[in-house]
Design a binder for this molecule. Structure first.
Ligand code: AMP
Length: 365
């Protein structure tokens, strides 16, 4: 396995807060980060050594970027596959295009999980209003209709109630290729983050419990309030997917815990995967010796992976929109570890910062 020593340059596709926190972790290990993004004032640029500005399909800019870096990773999973293909002809790209192809498409990711024998909500792809009308006859209401691509934080998502007709639902979704899913009356939502190196070695964080408000992550708490058996099942799902996808870097798997096991004996259903640092892993910065961001750097550089057992329990809360103005109050609270993303423009619902509160020692959890 290739080891990229400290002093090398990590190229990061995307300039948001995930890139920023990756660059900070990389700097701690003596690496430089070089960001590729179209913006001039993205959060990651404030902490990175270099920037190539360009559109993701600008081949000339991509070539320049490839020359400036030793390895490429990403903080945004909707990077066009063409971008990854252009770059991978020049430098190692982790995660690679085949992983992203699956992670970018809700139908492909759920089909892939099923092929591995894992449980997902029942689903059907819908490519036209006619297919949606047919699918709606087979699904109990409420059901959920999602666009198959480019959906995140509940964007491109619609709950189909009993009085809704297919034409209205199809129009509301922008008449795009989609996926219809059974609505899961879950006990709770959880996620697991796995780091994986090119030689297959993995490191898995404890299961995190996630609370979403308006489909956006509001709070993550660790440990999750689940049984050891469910903890084990969830980690197995994440590791199975990371190995089957041959991910190099990070894989976050978001899952639903069922109130009672299904007919197949499964208590945990896979909902979505993200082959990058994830909002539900931000707690690792303050509660672990090695954060998800450092773990990503270690994985793509072929270094030993770090420990994943936290030293403390943790609760992470996102700070959205105007709430970021309350920073003096958060800073004055000695129980808060505050992370501001350096975003200049405040918009309602925009992720501006997060805070983590540490609790009792992990060994007493
Ligand atoms: P997603 O974009 O698929 O991660 O969905 C965002 C959020 O919508 C999830 O975290 C859940 O809270 C909710 N959600 C998505 N799919 C379902 C489902 N099939 N059943 C119930 N809730 C869902």
């Amino acid at each position: 396995m290739n080891i990229l020593p400290p002093g090398s340059t990590i190229g990061i596709l995307g300039g948001g807060q995930l890139g920023r926190m990756t660059a900070l972790a990389a700097a701690r290990l003596g690496y430089r980060s070089h960001i590729f993004c179209p913006e001039m004032d993205a959060p990651a640029l404030q902490v990175a050594a270099g920037h190539t500005r360009g559109d993701f399909l600008d081949h000339a800019a991509l070539k320049k970027f490839a020359e400036a870096v030793d390895v490429v990773t990403l903080e945004w999973e909707n990077v066009p596959l063409e971008t990854l293909e252009v770059l991978s002809r020049r430098k190692p790209v982790h995660p690679n295009a085949p992983v992203l192809r699956i992670a970018q498409d809700r139908v492909l990711e759920k089909s892939f999980a099923r092929q591995q024998g894992l449980g997902t909500p029942d689903f059907m792809p819908v490519l036209s209003v006619k297919e949606l009308a047919e699918a709606m006859e087979n699904f109990a209401r409420p059901a959920i209709l999602k666009t198959s691509r480019l959906g995140y934080d509940g964007k491109g998502q619609l709950t189909i109630t009993s009085d809704m007709d297919a034409a209205t639902a199809w129009r509301a979704m922008g008449s795009e290729a989609g996926i219809i899913e059974t609505f899961i009356d879950f006990d709770r939502e959880i996620s697991v983050i796995v780091a994986r190196r090119a030689d297959g070695v993995m490191a898995t964080y404890p299961v995190a419990e996630n609370i979403h408000i308006n489909h956006v992550l509001a709070e993550t708490r660790v440990p999750a309030r689940i049984s050891p058996a469910v903890e084990h099942e969830a980690k197995q799902i994440a590791q199975t997917l990371a190995a089957a996808l041959d991910v190099v870097g990070l894989l976050c798997v978001e899952m639903f815990v069922l109130k009672t096991p299904n007919a197949a004996g499964q208590s945990v259903l896979m909902n979505e995967i993200a082959p990058r640092p994830h909002n539900s892993g931000h707690w690792t910065i303050d509660a672990c010796a090695c954060s998800q961001f450092e773990q990503l750097v270690r994985a793509v550089c072929g270094l030993p992976l770090g420990p994943t057992t936290p030293h403390s329990r943790a609760v992470m809360q996102n700070i959205l929109g105007d709430d970021v103005q309350r920073w003096p109050e958060y800073l004055a609270d000695p129980t808060v570890c505050l992370h501001l993303y350096g975003k200049t423009e405040i918009r309602p619902g925009r992720k501006m910062a997060h805070m983590t509160r540490l609790g009792d020692k992990w060994s007493e959890a």
